[in-house]
Design a protein around this ligand. Structure first.
Ligand SMILES: Cc1cc2nc3c(=O)[nH]c(=O)nc-3n(C[C@H](O)[C@H](O)[C@H](O)COP(=O)(O)OP(=O)(O)OC[C@H]3O[C@@H](n4cnc5c(N)ncnc54)[C@H](O)[C@@H]3O)c2cc1C
Length: 350
């Protein structure tokens, strides 16, 4: 008896105008990068959506469930994550490469490391040259004393004319990069900032803004608000800042200054989830989602940033309350090991 097992074959992928070959088990992102396409990407594990692209023809096998990170509208339009898609047939995809073109690696030096809370430091960095980015975006940061390790951090200020950038780094338990910059006096050290990346930025509109930040997720929200103020944006703002205890609150002076200068209504409320009952805290206790219903104005556009669980629950609640998915913008601070377990599913061509 002879048995014939079909040997997996390479397939072809048309990426915009360029044809590439994809080897069996290779993802679209791996194949594109191997063949010299400057494909936008960051985490490579399905956690950041930087590599999202539109599947125009063909079929792919998805390594993880993408429904949690792509919006319903994007899924309906055939968007997939290139880092999670292994073609099953020849495919044709469309990807916005302009962001990748703008991405650069710029060297710089740490000017200061300021302790903001027991587990968040602010790194202020002088870049050797200007790096254009939009407030809300992030970059891959690496320090010379920890070679070969780069992690995503959101710019905490809008672009500055003096080419200085700031990042808030929260110490993650057992985290390689964050523990390193918390434990070492990195001031004066050389760094590489590789970016910008991501599409978390303020969309032009007149709608009221509902901003929800958790922990170090305040970084891009502060950048976004400062840029909006500089641009003369006049939209009412509700900002909910979720933290565990009073010891986890920071940047309150900064927020007060923004509040004073903001031309329309500016409603800021911190909410604490683990504050001891006897602490004397007068503000609200609970999760950010407890405050969303009361703070959500008619027609609001939402910007959510922080731990994936917070972003997901807030996003689901907003949808339940009738906010259109296209009006919910979110940045999930995924860590390399915080990605969903792999499930095989198949996305067919649109
Ligand atoms: C778009 C984006 C923007 C971000 N912006 C910010 C920001 O502004 N500020 C900020 O503080 N963070 C931000 N993050 C998160 C940041 O990129 C890092 O993931 C975070 O700082 C942890 O990095 P680390 O090297 O310290 O931890 P890692 O070494 O990457 O470890 C992360 C976690 O995984 C666990 N782990 C490590 N190895 C394993 C293993 N083999 N198996 C299981 N678990 C393991 C560790 O214990 C740790 O808890 C952002 C993330 C994204 C995607």
């Amino acid at each position: 008896m002879f048995s014939f097992c079909a040997k997996p074959k390479a397939v072809s992928a048309q990426v915009n105008d360029t044809a590439i070959t994809v080897q069996p088990k290779e993802t679209l992102l791996q194949a594109a990068l191997r063949q010299g396409i400057d494909f936008p990407h960051s985490c490579r594990v399905g956690g950041c959506a930087t590599c999202k692209c539109r599947l125009l023809e063909g079929k792919v096998r998805e390594l993880t469930e993408t429904g949690y990170i792509l919006s319903d509208a994007e899924l309906d339009q055939g968007y997939i994550l290139a880092c999670q898609s292994v073609p099953r047939t020849d495919v044709r995809i469309q990807v916005e490469l302009s962001a990748a073109t703008a991405r650069r690696r710029v060297r710089g030096r740490v000017l200061s490391r300021e302790v903001l809370t027991h587990d968040i430091v602010r790194l202020r960095i002088q870049l050797d040259e200007s790096l254009p980015y939009q407030a809300g975006q992030f970059a891959q940061l690496s320090v010379d004393s920890l070679p070969g390790v780069a992690r995503s951090y959101s710019f905490a200020t809008p672009m500055q004319p003096d080419a200085q950038v700031s990042f808030f780094v929260r110490k993650v338990p057992e985290g390689l990069f964050s523990a390193h910059v918390h434990a070492h006096a990195v001031v004066g050290e050389g760094v590489t900032v590789d970016g910008p990346q991501g599409d978390f930025h303020l969309r032009p509109a007149d709608a009221p803004l509902l901003l929800v930040a958790g922990g170090s997720g305040l970084a891009p929200v502060l950048a976004l608000l400062a840029q909006a103020l500089a641009d003369g944006v006049k939209r009412p703002v509700s900002l909910i800042f979720g933290a565990r205890t009073q010891a986890d609150l920071y940047a309150l002076d900064h927020l007060q200054a923004l509040h004073r200068q903001w031309p329309e209504g500016f409603d800021f409320v911190p909410i604490l989830s683990q504050e001891p009952a006897a602490s004397g805290w007068q503000g609200p206790r609970g999760l950010v989602t407890d405050l969303i219903p009361a703070r959500l104005r008619e027609g609001s556009h939402a910007y959510l940033c922080g731990p994936p669980a917070m972003v997901d629950v807030a996003s689901a609640l907003l949808r339940e309350r009738g906010v259109a998915p296209a009006d919910i913008h979110a940045d999930r601070f995924t860590t390399l090991h915080e990605v969903p377990t792999a499930t095989a599913s198949t996305a067919a061509a649109a």
